[in-house]
Structure formats: structure tokens, C-alpha cells
Ligand binder design. Structure first.
Ligand code: ADP
Ligand code: MG
Length: 433
């Protein structure tokens, strides 16, 4: 089936890409030499797009182009190209606030639906590093700082509501990714759908149990509703460890094509939930030389650092940049007002914490019972070990959703994580603890 595309659009390849880059003065200078000397490699490992690395004698660039369908599913699942526009618009919107935590953008082509950006090197995807057992201590605090800055400065706490509504008007049209999120994250893992898959037969029982679990389904649906209705700030929309590129000294957030005005806890939960998935997957990557226990301890430290850095930075930004229409500073001029305003700020951040846990749990479940899975688990060859790791993660996530009252602080979360570990092949072990 050939999908119809707008005039001028064509999927780029090794031949047409240099021709296109040749016309961009800055990019041509950056690459250096002649187009014949430029090498083009397609490196996209994602679900949706073409991603090229182009190298010339003087330097390199990365080019990301939208395809008119979901790459992981094929042409039978069409996906409008416009998400590329929203991705580049997101970068432009947050760039003033997040400094060097995103790639530099050189060009966006509205006909090719493609973005030319800084080639990140020697950066690697954080998820892959965690699977390999490698630690990047800057990553989690940097992502926390990133979310604090990107979300605070695009919220009503920092600016006039007109500015936020104007942003809403633009990004509200990025609807196909929202459709994917609402179905694949908040609904499909809890109902029968041909797109779902799970490690079978190891997870058959727990999957059926999740589909029957009324309190769990009500909690997940509540977070789906929050996702659709709480336009707190401009959010990335897909901020898992596969959207973070790292070196020992530098961190960059990439792939914001799921951008929308939404709940801040959704970005927080995406990252935290994926740290937890990595924790549960670690035994599946153990070797004789490394049982991964130290790696697991390190991951739980990152969970705490991530939340505490976010909380402290968000509160600090609010105290010093309260120029918005929400909680206007002029309402609280007297010293006697201060404790009440500070209490309100604490309550706001507490609600983000609760949202992080709920959204994080939904993100964990969808990666195990839904359509899109994580290489953290997929790369575990032994299906019994994989099933055990995934079941532990599922039980933790279910508890986060159905017993939020048990998690008052991040230390409550960290303390609960090891409790749900299951042994591979533990036949008959109860799904409900
Ligand atoms: P998708 O949306 O299709 O998942 P991503 O934006 O996640 O695409 O990019 C896919 C892969 O391409 C990333 O996992 C990463 O390996 C590589 N990549 C993306 N952007 C860059 C960049 N700016 N520099 C170097 N590599 C990149
Ligand atoms: Mg993507």
C-alpha cells in the first residue's frame, strides 16, 4: 500500500540527503569538503523515523526525518508526518531554558519533515549503557534538572497564561502521538488487543490477572484521564532512558516528537519508571564476573537523586522566578504570607511526586504487557529469567497504582523495590503478594 504524502516529500536516502544538505550554508560549512566526501549512515533504532549520521572532513550532523507510518509496524499503521514539525518546535520552545541539555538544531524542512541537528558524539543511549552495567552519574540529576527547567518555565507558575495558551494552541495539533499514548499506555495493557504481547507462557497468568484487576484498571484509567486533561506545562511526552544520550560528562535529551501540554508527572514517571525497569532487568544480564548487585544498588541511588534533584530545583526556580498568573507573587507580600506560599509550593511538588509514581507505574506495565517492549528485558535470552524479572516489575508497578498511600517519600519507593523480586521458574508463586 503506497501512502499519499504532501508534494515535495520523499524519504531521504544516501543519495538525496547530501543534495539537500548542500543547500544549507551552515551545515555545508560544518561538514566541510565536497558532498562526494560525505558519508551517510542510517542509524535509526527507533519505532518511527529515519535517522541519519552524515560525516564530512570537518564534522558531522544528525538528520531525523519522519516517515508516514509507524516504522515498527509497517505501512499498515499510518502516522502523519507533522510530528516532525512539533518535535523541532519543542526544541525551539525549551532551548532558552534548558541550555546545553538538548542537541543544537541547525535546520527544519517543512516539506521534507526533517530536522538537521548536532551530531552527538561520543554520546550513547543511556538505556544501552545500563544494560551493559555501565554507570553515568550525571545522567539522572541532569534529566531531573532538565524536567524542572523545561516544565517550570513553560507553566503558569513562570509566565502569563496567554503565553501558555498560545503554546497550547500550537501543540494541541500534535494529536496522533496522543492517540498512541492514550491507547498503548493507558488502555491496551489492561484489555485484550491484538497489538499486545508478553513473555508467554511465563506471564500468561499475571497478564490475565491484570486484565481482571478492577482497582488497577481504575487507577490506570485515572492516570489516562490526568494525562489528557492536566495541561500543566509543555512536556516531552516520551522521556525514558532511550531518549537520553550520555557521556561521562554530558547529558542530552532527544526525541521529543510526543510533545504536548500535559502533566509534569508524565515526564518524571517515564524516566523514573524506566530506571526501575532497568533495576528489575539487571539479574537477566548478570555474568559470572558481575552479579549486577552493585549496579542495582547504584540504580536505586539514582532514583533518589533524580527525584530529590527535581524537587529541589523546581522549588528553587519557583522561589526565584514566580512571574506567572498561577500563585502570583503579589498576592503574598507580607512576611506572614511566606509560610502559606511555601506550604502551597510543597503541596504542588507533593502532587507531582504522586503523579510521577502513578505515571511511572503505567509506563512500566505498558513495556511488559503492551505493544512496545524494552531491550532491557528483550535482550534477556533465558525466558524464565526474563519472565521473573518482568513479573517483579509488574507487581511493583501494580502496588504503586493500587496502594499510593504506602508511598509518602522516595525512600518508601526505594525500600519497596526489592520486595517484589521473583525467582526464575518459581512455579505457583502467588501473583498477589
Ligand atoms: P525515533 O523517534 O525514531 O525513536 P530517535 O530520535 O530516538 O528516533 O533516534 C533514534 C536513534 O538515533 C537514537 O537512539 C540514537 O542512537 C540516534 N540519534 C538520534 N539523535 C541523535 C543525534 N543528535 N546524534 C547522534 N545520534 C542520534
Ligand atoms: Mg521517537
Amino acid at each position: 500500500m503506497a501512502l499519499s504524502t504532501p508534494a515535495g516529500y520523499r524519504a531521504l536516502d544516501g543519495k538525496s540527503l547530501p543534495q539537500y544538505l548542500l543547500d544549507l550554508d551552515d551545515v555545508r560549512r560544518l561538514l566541510g569538503g565536497k558532498p562526494e566526501q560525505w558519508t551517510v549512515r542510517e542509524v535509526g533504532d527507533g519505532n518511527l523515523n529515519l535517522v541519519f549520521i552524515v560525516e564530512g572532513p570537518a564534522g558531522g550532523v544528525c538528520v531525523k526525518q519522519a516517515l508516514p507510518y509507524v516504522r515498527a509496524a509497517g505501512e499498515s499503521w499510518p502516522m502523519p508526518l507533522e510530528r516532525a514539525f512539533f518535535e523541532s518546535s519543542y526544541y525551539t520552545a525549551v532551548a532558552p531554558y534548558v541550555g546545553g541539555l538538548i542537541p543544537t538544531i541547525y535546520n527544519y524542512s517543512p516539506t521534507l519533515y526533517c530536522t538537521v541537528m548536532e551530531r552527538l558524539t561520543p554520546h550513547v543511549i543511556q538505556r544501552r549503557e545500563m544494560i551493559a552495567g555501565r554507570r553515568h552519574p550525571k545522567a539522572s540529576p541532569d534529566v531531573a534538572e532538565y524536567i524542572a527547567r523545561a516544565s517550570f518555565f513553560t507553566s503558569d507558575l513562570a509566565g502569563a497564561f496567554e503565553r501558555k495558551m498560545d503554546m497550547t494552541a500550537i501543540f494541541a495539533k500534535n494529536q496522533p502521538p496522543v492517540r498512541i499514548t492514550i491507547e498503548l499506555i493507558f488502555a491496551d495493557p489492561y484489555r485484550t488487543n491484538p497489538r499486545n504481547r508478553w513473555t508467554s507462557p511465563q506471564l500468561d497468568e499475571v497478564c490475565a490477572d491484570f486484565h481482571r484487576d478492577g482497582p488497577l484498571k481504575a487507577a490506570a484509567a485515572r492516570f489516562g484521564d490526568k494525562f489528557l486533561s492536566e495541561a500543566q506545562a509543555l512536556i516531552h511526552g516520551d522521556l525514558h532512558t532511550g531518549s537520553v544520550m550520555v557521556t561521562p560528562t554530558d547529558t542530552r535529551v532527544i526525541d521529543p516528537e510526543f510533545v504536548m501540554m500535559g502533566p509534569v508527572g508524565f515526564d518524571l514517571g517515564a524516566y523514573m519508571g524506566n530506571l526501575l525497569l532497568s533495576w528489575y532487568s539487571q539479574p537477566g544480564h548478570a555474568t559470572a564476573a558481575d552479579d549486577r548487585k552493585a549496579m542495582q544498588a547504584w540504580i536505586l541511588e539514582q532514583v533518589t537523586i533524580f527525584w530529590e534533584t527535581f524537587r529541589d530545583r523546581f522549588l528553587a526556580l519557583w522561589r526565584s522566578n514566580a512571574n506567572g498568573d498561577a500563585y502570583p507573587a503579589s498576592m503574598f507580600p507580607a512576611p506572614s504570607d511566606v509560610p502559606f506560599l511555601e506550604g502551597a509550593r510543597r503541596a504542588y511538588v507533593d502532587s507531582l511526586f504522586a503523579d510521577m509514581l502513578g505515571f511511572g507505574a503505567c509506563k512500566m506495565i505498558r513495556r511488559i504487557l503492551g505493544f512496545a517492549h524494552n531491550i532491557d528485558f528483550e535482550w534477556i535470552k533465558d525466558q524464565d529469567r526474563r519472565g521473573a524479572a518482568e513479573t517483579g516489575a509488574l507487581l511493583m508497578a501494580r502496588t504503586l497504582l493500587t496502594h499510593p498511600e504506602q508511598f509518602h517519600s522516595i525512600s518508601d519507593v526505594v525500600a519497596a523495590v526489592p520486595y517484589f523480586v521473583r525467582k526464575p521458574g518459581a512455579a505457583g508463586a502467588p501473583i498477589r503478594l
